[in-house]
Design a protein around this ligand. Structure first.
Ligand code: NAP
Length: 205
């Protein structure tokens, strides 16, 4: 699959690019600064290319929104014409920027491209763990996923599984609100018990 990453030069963007290219996908890193994206891509496998945000949005069959939450809406609006019907994986964490008790980050962001198929994922996945989908004890790390479109959910669950992580279907966007709130708690727990952003949430079913 061709995957366009908006914010592809960031910690999560580059980590996901490595993860997806290792799994056999082609990745386009989209940046506000295409030269920076070309340089970043040159340090990665040949199946990763750098370009503008518009190029990543146009060439990607599936899009990852990996910019800071505050920049999410404007980034999507700027490339909106390339997004109708595409799957968008929203990894942005609002950290309380969404009005309390109202909606999740993804419900807020999807207003910028309402006909795209939005899927929340990776919100509780620290960037440092992207290169080690299995923890030192041999347990696959969980990536929590929330979606309202069954086909998009299945595609993203398969993509995540192809990279060695365990995808966990968390249901609709009402539960993405909970995922958003798990992130500050995760940072708190990691800072108390590890201090290296190397931990993960795990659902033991
Ligand atoms: N860090 C984590 O462990 C983690 C885990 C899960 C989810 N997340 C979420 O993932 C997203 C990216 O996190 P990150 O840690 O990868 O951040 P980062 O390292 O700061 O990278 C974000 C990228 O977004 C672009 N960007 C920055 N400001 C922008 C703006 N105002 N408008 C458009 N693009 C902008 C930059 O690319 P250019 O300068 O090249 O355009 C930058 O490389 C955030 O929403 C974060 O909450 C992070």
């Amino acid at each position: 699959m061709k995957i366009g990453i908006l914010g592809g030069t960031g910690r999560m963007g580059l980590g996901l690019a490595r993860s997806y290219s290792t799994a056999g996908h082609t990745v386009i890193l989209g940046s506000r600064n295409p030269v920076q994206a070309h340089d970043a891509a040159n340090s990665l496998p040949i199946s990763v290319h750098g370009g503008s945000l518009a190029e990543a949005a146009r060439e990607g069959e599936l899009i990852v929104l990996a910019v800071p939450f505050a920049a999410g809406i404007d980034t999507v609006l700027a490339v909106q014409q390339h997004l109708p019907e595409k799957i968008i994986i929203d990894i942005t964490n609002p950290f309380g920027a969404v009005p309390a008790g109202q909606i999740s980050g993804i419900e807020h962001n999807r207003e910028a491209a309402p006909t795209a198929k939005w899927v929340a994922a990776y919100k509780t996945t620290f960037w440092k763990t992207l290169e080690s989908p299995t923890n030192p004890g041999g347990h696959p790390r969980d990536v929590f996923v929330s979606a309202e479109d069954a086909e998009a959910l299945a595609t993203v669950m398969d993509l995540i599984a192809s990279t060695g992580f365990r995808a966990v279907d968390c249901g609709g966007f009402e539960n993405a609100r909970t995922l958003d709130l798990m992130v500050p708690l995760m940072i708190e727990l990691d800072s108390r018990y590890r201090k290296d952003a190397g931990s993960s949430w795990k659902f033991l079913g």
